[in-house]
Design a protein. Structure first.
Lengths: 64, 211
């Protein structure tokens, strides 16, 4: 299990970009932290999610 | 009559305590975007006696900004950087402001933000917000970042919150209320989110890191 935004999700074995695509995130409006470190956008496709990983996906919406 | 610098400092110390005011006075905070969030954040931080503000926005004051942003009708057409530093100086005459009338992008962000201790992201577009968050978290792991997402519409005040995503990364707002789907922006709710951001800055400076 991977903890994503506080919930246990069956996503181990997927790359980050596969997971983001599956959940329909727009890569241009997010920031992703893996185990408290930012994942650069260039690395989404070769970042493999493992059991026990903690992922925070911050999705920004417009307005300010 | 404008108070002297010494009188202003004594007043800050009386309200915040001498030790804390020393930290506020020594701090440099960057505000990226001087609209509804950024202009209100800057006013709160100026009132708190933050020593130096780095104010960044490429845009001019428009009549449609006046309903929620800290500008005056007489300032329509001025660059927001110029108008806001003028207004901040009326509130806190000895504040140091560093203004940059530019659009932040991936090429110039690091140079603009390098001297800040804490960075407030206060843009309106979701893409600009995400770009800023990614650049700051990648380029400046030692700095604190306070972002905002979700403050549009006339929804309840009580859904606006501050969350700590990781050690140095905070985000304020309800996380979901997008301006394109929520029928505009209201001064009070945007100010509330800006107040969350400004207060998070003060708490970080005070060494209170939990939300």
């Amino acid at each position: 299990m991977v903890k994503i935004n506080g919930k246990d999700v069956n996503a181990a074995g997927l790359t980050l970009s596969e997971y983001l695509k599956r959940e329909s995130y727009n890569p241009k409006t997010i920031a992703v932290e893996l185990n408290e470190y930012i994942v650069s956008k260039d690395s989404y496709s070769d970042t493999l999610l493992n059991d026990g990983d903690v992922v925070e996906i911050v999705n920004f919406v417009g307005g300010g | 009559m404008t108070p002297s610098e010494e009188e202003m400092l004594r007043a800050f110390e009386e309200r915040h305590g001498r030790e804390l005011q020393k930290k506020f006075s020594a701090a440099a905070v960057a505000v990226c975007g001087l609209g509804g969030l950024g202009s209100n954040i800057a006013v709160s931080l100026a009132r708190a006696g933050i020593g130096r503000l780095i104010l960044i926005d490429f845009d001019k004051v428009d009549v449609t900004n006046l309903h929620r942003q800290q500008y005056k009708a007489s300032q329509v057409g001025m660059y927001k950087t110029d108008a806001l530093s003028e207004n901040l100086r009326e509130i806190s005459p000895y504040i140091r402001t560093e203004i940059h009338t530019v659009k932040v992008n991936e090429e110039n962000a690091s140079e603009l933000l390098k001297s800040a201790d804490i960075i407030c992201e206060a843009f309106d577009s979701a893409q600009a917000k995400a770009m800023t968050a990614n650049i700051v978290l990648e380029s400046f792991p030692e700095k604190y970042l306070v972002c905002a997402s979700g403050m549009a519409g006339i929804g309840s005040c009580n859904t606006i919150k501050t969350r700590r995503i990781s050690k140095r990364f905070y985000i304020c707002g309800d996380g979901v209320s997008d301006v394109s789907e929520n029928g505009g922006l209201f001064s009070s709710r945007v100010m509330l989110c800006a107040a969350h951001q400004a207060h998070t800055v003060l708490r970080i400076l005070a060494g209170e890191f939990e939300v």
